[in-house]
Design a protein around this ligand. Structure first.
Ligand SMILES: C[S@@+](CC[C@H](N)C(=O)[O-])C[C@H]1O[C@@H](n2cnc3c(N)ncnc32)[C@H](O)[C@@H]1O
Ligand code: SF4
Length: 451
């Protein structure tokens, strides 16, 4: 089968598996705070290691990019900053008191929205405040997402002085036509300035986010984007497939026409082209959507099969407890998930009322836990093995994968499923064969396309 025929066959709506089960299938509409906290304690108690990761969602952006699928709040009023930081610190205080006294923070990631919407001093206040509440591990890994248009020299130097070693810049595409369509104008000269400034400030890992499948993208324009990216040689590159989900309220994706989107075939060719050039230039493909230079810690972890994936993406720290702070943030204690309020005003209101702002979530069953492991292995190592005593119907799962075997996308031998080189772009389709919720519900939910 040709690459284009494979795409036609396998490009179907499906979950992205940032969690299993995917958010639409979570079984708790409204967590009772005490139930959630006791699940967290139970999960922490079962682990010998009390290290945890913190994800902090900083939702504000100065301007709306019309392709964006993130939870964000657009405003030009920077007065909002200090109230929000106060709330995050208070939220952490409310949670930290319930954790094991041996707990320490091993990883912090600032995501958004746009962390660099906040002034450098507010971000310093945030980190210093967190440190007062629970100790940081000596090996702490800290990173943040930065919009080139709002990243200042002060951000770079002050955050580096605090211990941030990783930064990821949202680039998306350099083509002026695409930038106009997505309402995000940023010059390559400015990106170059930020990138070099970050290097000079001492950041060890600089990552660039690119998106393929955006409106008005063409092969010629994207070639130039790939070339510009390689000129700067970031340590990591995220090559995201544009998730077109205009039915999700408030994503702002209705600013352009469906006709402006590249065809499925062109979209795939954009990906194949970028991937080919990155590999040729010495990058290693890490899990799904990610590339890294061979000496980058993610690449090393991937080669040693030590890669882990959580809501923040791929990571080298496999902590089983991830606490999400801030509007819409998701926490994961291995046995369950909880998500915070998705509107800034509700989030602030509940925290300022001394309440944990959690809403929906999920408590994982035995079989959820096993499926979650398979999906994690497939996403991180492109292979998974059924345990001797499985909670799943192995025969049925293997039958569901038979067509992918026939098409050369994977092999199955003695209970081990291994995705081939050709099958790598179709890893989500393979995960779907394990998904116990999706199979009964294909028509009812709306997901972005798998490719
Ligand atoms: C929170 S933003 C990064 C920080 C900052 N707000 C910025 O835009 O530069 C996270 C990344 O998610 C990706 N992203 C956002 N919406 C997306 C969509 N609909 N499909 C695929 N990727 C998307 C973009 O690559 C973006 O850089
Ligand atoms: S892409 Fe980044 S800056 Fe643009 S709206 Fe989304 S979160 Fe905000």
């Amino acid at each position: 089968m040709t690459a284009s025929e494979l795409i036609q066959k396998y490009n179907v709506p499906g979950p992205r598996y940032t969690s299993y089960p995917p958010v639409p299938y979570w079984n708790i509409r409204q967590w009772q705070v005490n139930d959630w906290l006791s699940l967290v304690r139970k999960a922490q108690h079962a682990e010998t290691d009390k290290k945890l990761s913190l994800y902090i969602h900083l939702p504000y952006c100065d301007s709306l990019c019309t392709f964006c699928g993130c939870h964000k709040h657009i405003t030009t009023n920077h007065q909002v900053e200090s109230r929000y930081i106060d709330a995050v610190l208070k939220e952490w205080q409310l949670i930290a008191g319930n954790l094991d006294p041996e707990s320490e923070i091993e990883e912090i990631h600032l995501g958004g929205g746009t962390p660099t919407f906040f002034g450098a001093d507010e971000l310093v206040r945030l980190i210093e405040g967190l440190k007062q509440i629970l100790p940081f591990s000596l090996q702490i890994e800290m990173g943040f997402e930065a919009h080139p248009n709002s990243t200042t020299t002060e951000h770079l130097s002050k955050l580096h002085a605090l211990g941030f070693k990783r930064i990821s810049f949202g680039i998306q595409d350099y083509d002026p036509l695409v930038q106009k369509a997505i309402h995000r104008i940023q010059s390559k000269e400015h990106v170059l300035f930020c990138h070099e400034n970050a290097r000079k400030s001492g950041y060890e890992s600089i990552s660039h986010d690119l998106v393929f499948g955006l409106p008005k993208q063409s092969m010629e324009g994207f070639r130039n984007t790939v070339e510009q990216t390689l000129n700067l040689k970031p340590d990591r590159i995220s090559l995201y497939s544009y998730a077109h989900v205009p039915w999700v309220k408030g994503t702002g994706q209705r600013g352009y026409d469906e006709a402006d989107l590249p065809s499925a075939d062109l979209k795939r060719r954009l990906y194949e082209y970028a991937k080919g050039v990155f590999l040729q230039e010495g990058y290693i493909e890490i899990g799904m959507d990610h590339f890294a230079l061979p000496d980058d810690t993610l690449a090393l972890a991937a080669s040693q099969k030590k890669l882990h994936r959580n809501f923040m993406g791929y990571t080298t720290t496999p902590n089983s407890l991830l606490i999400g702070l801030g509007m819409s943030a998701i926490s994961d204690c291995k046995l369950g998930f909880a998500q915070n309020e998705k509107s800034v005003s509700q989030y602030l209101k509940r925290v300022e009322n001394n309440e944990l702002p959690i809403t929906k979530g999920h408590q994982l069953s035995e079989s959820d836990l096993e499926i979650r492991q398979h999906i994690l292995h497939l996403m991180c190592h492109f292979e998974t093995t059924f345990p001797e005593t499985t909670t799943l119907d192995r025969k049925k799962t293997e039958e569901k994968l038979a067509e992918m075997v026939n098409d050369g996308l994977l092999t199955i031998k003695d209970g081990t499923i291994e995705i081939s080189e050709t099958g790598m772009p179709f890893v989500r389709n393979c995960c779907m064969a394990f998904d116990a919720y999706f199979e009964n519900d294909i028509a009812a939910r709306k997901f972005s396309m798998t490719i």
